[in-house]
Design a protein around this ligand. Structure first.
Ligand SMILES: [Zn+2]
Length: 514
């Protein structure tokens, strides 16, 4: 029997042990001094010095990690772990932003989804969960472990993502946008509902078996409702996936919980090269609204209906209670915002607000559900605040509002979170003259502002603060979930300030953890 091992080495398996000391049941004859071979899914390297032609050294590689997304970008989080003869995916997100990234969603994944034992989910954001329906459509049948709030949010977000994919395909077909005839959705609302059946809710801070000799623990990271870091224990090693780390001393979300130790760490770096403004978010928000309304304008806030919308409503309610925002109506224009607000007020353990305060904050806005109501809102000239998805202006109803309000200097477009490269949000923030919406070039004359302090992501200082909670340095820290300049800046900072070994992985890079 002849095997090809790796790209260069040929090895021959002979039918008997070749020396008295190594009873492996087979003999490997190799042309190089050392060879790696596969035994089940664990890779073993063998060397023996008892016969010149053979070299055997037992060296089991415990885990292998492959970066299937969020390497050099903030989207598409997907990490494959191969451990204890099993395969797991940590996060299963969609690529968003630049076209070259979005096209990756259509690539055949470099693994057979049915070979995965389970998916472990850090949180519900689409760039961490939005590929699940496709994974299930392509054969994955295992459990998807996540926190209870993450499951609640996925129940809202994933069907909506499927619905949007269907609408986009329909729109492209109607207007002849697509090269593909007919344009097909990546997945449908129905596919998303199939994926939801596999969600398995697990409590925070409790060790949970997820396979044979493999355990996980979820720890809160603030960020959005239900967000967690995932600790995986297998083969005597501990690997921690930070997920997205939230902010400290946030008015609503809890502080990120420290992790005692990890042999390996995957760390997000969204704001790895930046710190947030120290301004008071309530006052800044109030000032921007007041000056816009004073000139007869409307404030359009592109914000995700889940998470940012609730934070914004909290501050708006505080402003209203303090006597501001008189005669300024607030609208939350998103079909799923009311459901998201309800999930928020039901999962009180995952944030700081007591229920009455939560309900009060969520009722500051008029919820706009139907398309007709949304259109009526656009036609209404009264100065107002409109919060509408999506947060990076990549799709959703906010596009109709931007078409209407962006060309007029009276209005303000107010961002409240990270704007990934390639999104309309990033282009508007960069000061472009116009953006393309629904095939039309729309001029941007409105004032553009960003409440970066309302971001759900830790800044560079807060990431370092979270790392200081570790009792010892991991053997290696992999810096992911950041554009290259952010990941690189954070790598340098961690190496310099903490003396930890860091690596910024490339897309599809595979690393053996031994
Ligand atoms: Zn997130």
């Amino acid at each position: 029997m002849k095997l090809t091992i790796g790209s260069k080495t040929d090895a021959t398996i002979l039918p008997e042990p070749f020396c008295g000391r190594h009873h492996l049941g087979f003999l490997i004859e190799v042309s190089s001094s050392q060879v790696h071979m596969s035994v089940g899914s664990a890779r073993t390297s063998l060397a023996c010095h008892h016969r010149q032609s053979c070299f055997l050294k037992l060296d089991v590689i415990a885990m292998k990690l492959t970066f299937l997304g969020a390497a050099g970008t903030v989207t598409g989080s997907k990490y494959l772990i191969e451990a204890a003869g099993q395969r797991y995916l940590v996060d299963c997100g969609l690529f968003q932003g630049l076209k070259e990234l979005r096209l990756r969603n259509w690539d055949q994944p470099p693994l057979n989804p049915s070979s995965l034992r389970a998916v472990l989910l850090t949180h519900a954001h689409i760039d961490h969960s939005g590929y699940l329906p496709l994974l299930v459509k392509n054969g994955f049948r295992g459990p998807i472990y996540c926190s209870s709030s993450t499951a609640d949010l996925c129940e809202i977000l994933l069907p909506d993502a499927g619905h949007l994919q269907e609408k986009d395909a329909e729109f492209a077909n109607r207007h002849g946008f697509s090269k593909h005839k007919p344009a097909l959705p990546l997945y449908t609302e129905e596919d998303a509902r199939e994926a939801l059946k596999l969600l398995k809710r697990v409590p925070f801070d409790v060790e949970q078996a997820v396979g044979d000799h493999v355990q996980m623990v979820l720890r809160r990271t603030g960020h959005i409702l239900g967000a967690a870091s995932v600790q995986v224990k297998a083969e005597g090693e501990t690997i921690v996936f930070s997920g997205d780390i939230g902010r400290y001393n946030d008015a609503i979300m809890v502080d990120p919980e420290p992790v005692a130790s990890a042999d390996y760490l995957l760390l997000e770096s969204t704001y790895g090269d930046r710190t947030h403004d120290q301004l008071d978010p309530k006052k800044t928000l109030g000032d921007i609204i007041a000056s816009t309304v004073a000139r007869g304008g409307t404030v359009v806030i592109p914000a995700f209906a889940v998470g940012r919308a609730q934070s914004l409503m909290y501050y708006l309610e505080e402003l209203r209670a303090a006597g501001h925002l008189k005669n300024v109506p607030v609208y939350l224009d998103s079909p799923m915002a009311a459901d998201a607000s309800d999930v928020f007020c039901r999962n009180l353990k995952d944030h700081r607000l007591p229920e009455p305060e939560c309900r009060r904050a969520c009722s500051v806005a008029t919820y706009v559900r139907t398309t007709e109501e949304s259109k009526a809102l656009t036609a209404n000239p009264v100065p107002k605040v409109i919060i509408s998805a999506s947060g990076m202006a990549t799709g959703g109803r906010v596009l109709h509002h931007l078409k209407r309000y962006a060309p007029d200097a009276k209005n303000t477009i107010l961002f409240a979170g990270f704007q990934a490269a390639g999104t309309r949000g990033a282009a508007i923030m960069a000061g472009v003259d116009s953006v393309k919406i629904h095939g039309e070039q729309i001029r941007v004359r409105a004032e553009v502002q960003n409440l970066s302090m309302l971001s759900a992501h830790a800044d560079s200082n807060e990431l370092i603060r979270w790392l200081r909670g570790f009792g010892r340095a991991p053997r290696m820290t992999f810096i992911t979930h950041g554009e290259n300049h952010s990941a690189e800046a954070l790598r340098q900072r961690i190496e310099h300030e903490l003396g930890w070994r860091c690596h910024v992985p490339r897309h599809l890079e595979a690393v053996e953890l031994q």
